[in-house]
Design a protein around this ligand. Sequence first.
Ligand code: PEP
Ligand code: MG
Length: 317
Amino acid sequence: TQETAAAAAPTVAQPSFLTVTEVKVNVSMPEAAKKASETGADGVGLLRTEHMMLTTGVHPKKFIREGKEDELIKVLVENILKVADAFYPKTVWYRTLDAPTDEFQSLEGGEDEPYEHNPMLGWRGIRRELDEPEILKAEFRAIKKLHEQGYTNIGIMLPLVQHPDELRKAKEIAESVGLKPQKDIEFGMMVETPAAALTIEDFIAEGIDFVSFGTNDLTQYTLAIDRNNENVAGLYSERHPAVLKLISRVIKECNKAGVKTSICGQAGSMPDIVEKLVELGITSVSANTDAVPTVREVVARVEKKLLLKAARKLVQE
Ligand code: PEP
Ligand code: MG
């Protein structure tokens, strides 16, 4: 029940600065949720699923193949609960599985993962989940269970989306297990492909509550630089004008439509980029646990500057 979830809510440190732009935190390991919540962050802007799956030692598709969907759901519920509970009633955006073939090969049952020349451009993220909908269904069922227990603070975020059809299909799958996207659950997507950034209007038309910039991927796809390739690492930069231009257009379009914007890539922990994003009017920034206090300070400072500028303009008019 709602009461159970509320009773479980821990008391956390209050942020030292009041900010309008929310400062959230990224969580990759549910065991680290408590520490992350103690930063006083305004929620979880990215809860990754990959670690939850890797620690089982078993490929999620093996659970499905062997008719053990319930076991898979149990693993997910236990892990997501740790985070939803530590942050309750603050929002936790659960990102559905983003499993690159090369990283999931070593798991039991992952022996037949296809070999890909470019795993980063390959079968991962939402495109893979739509091909293996039983895994996505298990994730949605886990979230539905938690919702029924009162953890209504969980939202869903889709990775690596490049076409609105993917969004539509994922919503249909959510509906097929009894979740109502944008009605009883927040539903959003990552902006990680230039395609999504350049056509964000079409995704907005399809219906989303929020977007979050996955700048680790958005940078690699915009600059055509494999984020795991040391030979080209020197050219990799989130500060490239092309990346910032894409981000800027998305924030503009989303603000027009009342869609929330956030960032959960590494760039969300970089003060100079955070400064630009706040100036552009981003709704929230999600940083690594260690970076939350600094990011909060930067956000507060930039907001104060913007406020004083606006006030001065008013006085001069
Ligand atoms: C990103 O791409 O910026 C992101 C946050 O996702 P991941 O690093 O898990 O690919
Ligand atoms: Mg990514």
